[in-house]
Design a protein around this ligand. Structure first.
Ligand code: PLP
Length: 471
C-alpha cells in the first residue's frame, strides 16, 4: 500500500493539503497549511535522485536544503559512521577526548588555512552562529571590553532559528513576534544587485551599504559594537547575491578601524561556492570567525563548526575559558561522518566540480532569461544559484505576494520531477527566487536534465499565470 493511500497520511487529491491524522503525523502538520501542500513522501534516494512512495523520480535540485553535497546513500560516509557508532558511540567533550574530533579539526583547519587553527563543533548552523556570538562576547569581556554586546547584521538575512539567531536574522516579519523576547541586532541593508536605483551600479549599491555599516558602528558606539555578521554570498534571504570585491576590502577596513569583529556565516557557502570557504575568494576580508554547517555533515551527520584563530582561542582558554558546550558538541559519530564527507569531497574534487559545473549550471539558467518571460534575474557562484521570478522583465515587477509564485513553481516542479525551493523574505518585499543548489556530485549531463525540467515547469506555470492575467 502506498503511504498516500494510507488514510492516516494522505494528501487531499484536490488541494494537495495533508489530511491530518488524529495523532502524530509528519513534521508538516505544524506548517502553514495553505503553502505546505503536495509534499511527496520520499522513500529512497540515490545520488542526486529521490523516489517517492509511488515510484516517481525527482532530481533533488536543492540538495535537501543546500546540504546533501554528496547526494544520497554514499557508502563510504555511511560505513564510517556505522563503524564509529559501534566502536565508540559517545563521550562528553568536557571530560574526555576522542580521535574523530582531533582528526576532523585538523582537516577543517588545514582546508580553511591560516587564521582558523581552532574548530569548535556543534550540531548545526544556528547553534554554530550562537556559539560564535558567545565566543566573541566572552573574548571581549575577558579583554576588559565589557560594554561590547551589540551585533550588526544585514536586512534581509538569515542566520538560523534559535532565539539568538532569530535576533540576528533580517526578517521584518519576526520582529513584532520575538522582538519583546530577545535583543534584535542593528540591521543595515544587504548589498543588492538586481533592483537598483536609476543610474546606480551594483558596486555603488554595495558601497552605500558599507557606509551604512560605518554609520551604524558610530551610532552604536565602537566601544559597544561587538560584531558584524554576514553571509559573504547571499543564501536564501537575498538569493545568492555576490557583492563586488571592494565590499569585502571595505568592511574589513572599517571593522578593523573600530575594533568590530567580523563573522562570516558560511553555513551555505562553505564547500559549495567553488572554494572551501567563500572567504577564500576575497583574501583581504579575513573574517575573524567563520561558521560552517550544512555541507560539512552533508546530510549524514548533524554538524556545524565555528572556526577561530589560535590567537583568540588560546589566550581565552588560558584565562576564563570558553566554557560552553552542548551535549552533542563534537559528537564522535558526527565527527566520523564529517571526516568521511571531507575525504570524499577532496578526493573527488567536488569543490572544483562546484566551481566548474556550477558555472555551467549558471550559464544554462542564464539562457532562460531569453526564453521565459517570468525569469527576471539569475545569480550565484559555484553550485549556489538563484532564479528570481518577476511578473514583468522590463520593470522587474514582482508577482503579488498572495500568488507566492515560487511556491507555485515548487508544486509544478514536482510534476516535472524536480524538488525545488521557494524563497522570499518579509512576505516577498525583496522579491522571490527559486534556489537551484544541487548536490556537488552533479554532472553536466544531469545539469542539462535539471535545466530542461526546470524550463518545462516554468513554461507550465507561465501558462497558468497568463490564464489568470498575472503576467
Ligand atoms: N545560517 C545560514 C546562512 C543558513 O542558511 C541557515 C539555514 O538555512 C542557518 C544559518 C541555520 O542553520 P541550521 O538550520 O542548521 O540551524
Amino acid at each position: 500500500m502506498s503511504i498516500h493511500d494510507d488514510p492516516m497520511i494522505a494528501n487531499d487529491p484536490v488541494t494537495g493539503m495533508l489530511q491530518r491524522p488524529p495523532v502524530g503525523g509528519p513534521q508538516d502538520v505544524f506548517y502553514q497549511r495553505a503553502y505546505a501542500t503536495h509534499f511527496p513522501t520520499i522513500v529512497r534516494g540515490e545520488g542526486i535522485y529521490l523516489w517517492d512512495d509511488r515510484g516517481a523520480r525527482y532530481i533533488d535540485a536543492i540538495a535537501g536544503v543546500m546540504v546533501s553535497n554528496l547526494g544520497q546513500g554514499n557508502a563510504r560516509v555511511a560505513d564510517a559512521m556505522a563503524r564509529q557508532a559501534k566502536e565508540l558511540t559517545f563521550t562528553y567533550v568536557r571530560y574526555a577526548r576522542h580521535r574523530p574530533n582531533i582528526e576532523l579539526s585538523r582537516k577543517v583547519s588545514a582546508l580553511a588555512g591560516p587564521g582558523y587553527e581552532r574548530c569548535f563543533f556543534v550540531s548545526g548552523g544556528s547553534e554554530a552562529n550562537d556559539m560564535a556570538l558567545k565566543f566573541l562576547r566572552q573574548y571581549a569581556y575577558a579583554k576588559g571590553q565589557r560594554e561590547k554586546t551589540h551585533i550588526i547584521s544585514l536586512l534581509p538575512s538569515y542566520h538560523g532559528s534559535t532565539l539568538g539567531t532569530i535576533a540576528l536574522s533580517g526578517n521584518e516579519d519576526l520582529e513584532p513576534l520575538y522582538g519583546p523576547m530577545v535583543q534584535f541586532s542593528t540591521k543595515i541593508p544587504a548589498p543588492y544587485s538586481y533592483r537598483l536605483a536609476p543610474g546606480q551600479t551594483a558596486e555603488d549599491a554595495a558601497m552605500a551599504t558599507v557606509r551604512a555599516l560605518e554609520e551604524a558602528i558610530l551610532r552604536i558606539g565602537p566601544e559597544r559594537a561587538l560584531a558584524f555578521i554576514l553571509e559573504p554570498i547571499g543564501g536564501v534571504a537575498t538569493g545568492a547575491v555576490t557583492p563586488p570585491p571592494a565590499y569585502f576590502r571595505e568592511i574589513r577596513r572599517i571593522c578593523s578601524q573600530y575594533g568590530v569583529y567580523i563573522i562570516f556565516d558560511e553555513v551555505i557557502t562553505a564547500l559549495r561556492s567553488g572554494r572551501f570557504l567563500a572567504a577564500h575568494y576575497w583574501a583581504d576580508a579575513q573574517p575573524d570567525l567563520v561558521v560552517l554547517a550544512k555541507g560539512l555533515g552533508a546530510g549524514y551527520a548533524p554538524l556545524g563548526a565555528v572556526l577561530a584563530p589560535a590567537t583568540m582561542v588560546d589566550p581565552l582558554a588560558d584565562e576564563a575559558g570558553f566554557n560552553v558546550s552542548h551535549t552533542y558538541s563534537a559528537n564522535p559519530v558526527a565527527c566520523a561522518g564529517g571526516i568521511a564527507v571531507l575525504d570524499e569531497t577532496i578526493e573527488r574534487d567536488l569543490i572544483g566540480n562546484a566551481e566548474r559545473t556550477g558555472a555551467y549550471l549558471q550559464a544554462r539558467l542564464e539562457e532562460l532569461k531569453d526564453r521565459s518571460p517570468i525569469v527576471g534575474d539569475v545569480r550565484g557562484r559555484g553550485m549556489l544559484c538563484a532564479v528570481e521570478l518577476v511578473a514583468d522583465q522590463a520593470t522587474k515587477r514582482a508577482f503579488p505576494s498572495e500568488v507566492y509564485v515560487t511556491n507555485r513553481l515548487r508544486v509544478v516542479g514536482l510534476r516535472h520531477g524536480l524538488i525545488l525551493y521557494a524563497r522570499r523574505q518579509s512576505g516577498g518585499k525583496y522579491g522571490e527566487w527559486s534556489m537551484i543548489t544541487p548536490p556537488l556530485i552533479i554532472t553536466r549531463e544531469q545539469v542539462d536534465e535539471l535545466v530542461e525540467r526546470f524550463e518545462r515547469a516554468l513554461n507550465e506555470l507561465t501558462e497558468e499565470l497568463h490564464a489568470e492575467g498575472m503576467c
